[in-house]
Write a protein that binds this ligand. Sequence first.
Ligand code: ADP
Length: 629
Amino acid sequence: MRTRQFKSESKKLMDMMINSIYTHKEIFLREIISNASDALDKLYFRSLTDSSVGLGADDFVIRIDLDKENRTIRVSDNGCGMTEDELDSNLGTIAKSGSLAFKNENEKAENVDIIGQFGVGFYSAFMVSDKVTVETKAFGSNEAFRWQSSGAEGYTIAPCEKDSFGTTVTMHLKPDTEDENYSEYLDQYRINELVKKYSDYIRHPIQMEYKTSKPVEGEEGKFEDVTELRTLNSRIPLWKKNRSEITEDEYNKFYREKFYDFEDPAKVIHTSVEGQATYHALMYIPKRAPFDFYTKDYEKGLQLYSKGVLIMDKCSDLLPDYFSFVKGLVDSEDLSLNISREMLQHDRQLKLIAKTIEKKIRSELEKMLKNEREAYEEFFKVFGIQLKFGVYNEYGLHKEDLKDLLLFTSSKEKKLVTLKEYVERMAEGQDAIYYACGETAEKIEMLPQCDAVQEKGYEVLYLTEYVDEFALKMLGEYDGKKFINICDEQLDLDTEEEKKALESENEQSKDMFEEMKNAIGDGVSSVRFTGKLKKHPVCLTSEGGISLEMEKTLNSMPGADENKVKAQIVLEINAEHPIAEKLKKLYSDDKDTLGKYAKLLYDEACLIGGRKLDDPAEHSRLVCELMTI
Ligand code: ADP
């Protein structure tokens, strides 16, 4: 019997496997089981037209045997088997392309965990074994052959005895080392776990003799060891069943077990797609954000299966960031276990799947918003901020898709509204969407500017999250209506006449305002009269692109200390308020007191607008001074 050499590229891959640096060695079992399952499929299809096969659909079985004494795992199937030629060509040349090409291109990229994520086939057995034996008999043949290899040196093929058709792969485990415990693969619980993890949805039964201890009937307290043949895999994946056959309970239980939640999900999305991309997807929206959702440890992604075999646990490419809260899985026939050239192709396929998945989630949310308002509002309270980030991120690339999913608290009944609802019920003559920012709705309602806007019958959106205003700025407008911050100096509710009158008032008091501005110092960039305040004497507004809220947000970000952003603040004084006359009088009689008044009015405007005072001590001193006059 001569020793045959592996084809040269196979040799390289073999070396990689033997000296594997990969962390996911455990996937060897998935690979061997998948091969067995493919062999069963082949013979099964043949059995449909060839009665000589003599097996019914349920007779195709994969069997695992563990032998602790001899340190072997054996995986057997009664599938199509291989002839001598097939053995030689199939196991003498490794996946002609595959991982090897990828590895070569990426030689320098160390620790590329390709194998951990995608299949590499039969040779992965050498990650855990120092010798592999394959005994096989092709269906319809009288001869059986044994292929054997201890690694890169080569392999031998010789005739052997085998009762029936099919293949048996026997892996002789490597001795344990300080870093690797290969013996774990001799443990029935560990093997059960691996089958459940990677091969649960292989449609043929994967059986193993299970040794357990059972109470002896009739003899209390006595146990006996029993061996029973168990099927380890669930076989039919839930996602491949018809929706009508699945109860809500089943969906929920599956979610809780698979995605480790103790609560049922808020929404189940189950879809099967055929066409350019063919796949089943089963996705869930959790009720609550996972505890690590807002940390950088949180990994988004869907599980990726290829024909029922898990190939990646968190495929992040399948979910856009704004839907990162979605849990679930995708199973596609279009993806193979193998990587590299195929992978690049599949990359395209994966993108296609990702695109339709994104659309599906979006349309489900739209439906939920329309038909299950309460549930949607609950969802939005938990994950809405993610959608707002989605509008804002990537320079607004997705804003059109997401804008109708947003909700904001409105001044009307303090309920959540969509932008569409806001626009549909806008008051006559209103041509902009008004909003205000603050920590809470209650604080926003205290803003002096609120009165005037509401008196006009205009609804105001209360933005209480820091990303809100950035999202609206990114949208720019909705349905042709501009967004206006009621604290922006652009807020303009006056008639033309009122505006003219105000303009001349401001012109006449120009010097007084200059005086006041100088007294206040850096805090403000200008002072002026306004017509937009009803009962309040003063308010702060901002000019230019940066609002008061944005200033606060940007300056609270990490690293903002050296580079503080400054809004251009305007102190606006109610032209109708008695304070206006008082200021004019002081300007002609007592400029010193005017300066103090200016400072106090500025402080007042800060307090009412939810800003910190620049100098609380001075404020207190000034108030007392005026109290004691
Ligand atoms: P892949 O499965 O991706 O083609 P592998 O290296 O895993 O690559 O296997 C090489 C080939 O060996 C398979 O394509 C198949 O033809 C053959 N083979 C492997 N295992 C079995 C088996 N249990 N029964 C029959 N043929 C097998």
